[in-house]
Design a protein around this ligand. Structure first.
Ligand SMILES: O=C(O)CCC(=O)C(=O)O
Length: 270
């Protein structure tokens, strides 16, 4: 259970870290499913400003594979419910971020709602991103950075910077002047919840170590997007027991409805 104090700190800061929400045993299982070729062969690259490639594999429907069970398990869904308030929790999409040693690219300053607005979601307050660290994430390997409290600034204009969308740089400069920059260093198994209007970015991974994570995005069913064809975001999740991940053993993410990078994809779902 998330305490009233933690809920308040999410409201004030726009993010919340829950250390070790997943056990080492669960993390070993999830990491081995993440590195399986069913995930890696469905990944695509997005170039950052310097042409460095950042790799991700994204799918919509949370199924019965190990990651589907992770995003539907009681501790995740109930934590999301507590932070979003009343409404039916739906899984919008999950994505495995694969920042390879030395080459993994950066993510520009952005708000997730800068993308999701373009899918026609009307209520940012009904949405949240949840990052589970699959490996330790630190300054050296390009952990997530946030500008604390910027979720209260509301949505900024987002335009393409390289192949990614970034928030209007003039607004980012002003936000940086008055907001604390926080490096969200995580251990494998730690979970970071963040608000869709929170400005965040990450630097390239120039270290010798991989930085992998999975980010599940959730939405409340009343927030029906008018430009999104995938229906996972308005389909209430079928919650499973916390024990289901280990009880099911390694289940590959095969047959998922993966996002495919095509020339015409605007990648608003990111
Ligand atoms: O994984 C990262 O470093 C950044 C990911 C991110 O910013 C996002 O998915 O919105």
């Amino acid at each position: 259970m998330i305490s009233a104090f933690q809920i308040e700190s999410y409201r004030q800061d726009g993010f919340l870290i829950l250390p070790q929400l997943f056990s080492l045993e669960e993390m070993a299982l999830l990491y081995s499913v993440a590195t399986d070729e069913t995930v890696t062969s469905n990944s695509f690259d997005l170039n950052d400003q310097d042409g460095k490639k950042t790799k991700l594999t994204l799918w919509f429907t949370a199924g019965d594979d190990s990651f589907g069970l992770m995003s539907r398990c009681k501790r995740m869904v109930e934590s999301v419910q507590q932070l979003l308030g009343s409404g039916e929790v739906c899984h919008f999409h999950s994505k495995i971020m694969q920042k390879q040693p030395k080459v993994g690219g950066a993510w520009e300053w952005h708000q997730d709602y800068g993308y999701w607005y373009k899918n026609g979601f009307l209520f940012p307050e009904a949405m949240i991103s949840v990052m589970l660290a699959l490996t330790d994430a630190n300054k050296e390997n390009g952990c997530l950075q946030v500008l604390k409290g910027t979720h209260k600034m509301q949505r900024m204009e987002h335009t393409f910077i390289g192949e990614q969308q970034g928030a209007d740089p003039d607004f980012v400069i002003e936000a940086e002047k008055i907001s604390e920059l926080v490096y969200c260093e995580l251990k494998a198994g730690d979970v970071l919840f963040f608000h869709p209007n929170l400005l965040h970015r990450s630097e390239a991974n120039l270290s010798e170590k991989p930085r992998w994570s999975v980010i599940s995005a959730y939405n409340l069913s009343y927030n029906k997007p008018f430009r999104e064809k995938h229906t996972s975001c308005i389909t209430p999740v079928s919650m499973v027991r916390d024990e289901a991940i280990l009880a099911s053993g390694q289940k590959k993410v095969s047959g998922a409805d993966f996002l495919v990078k095509e020339a015409e994809i605007t990648l608003n779902v990111k």
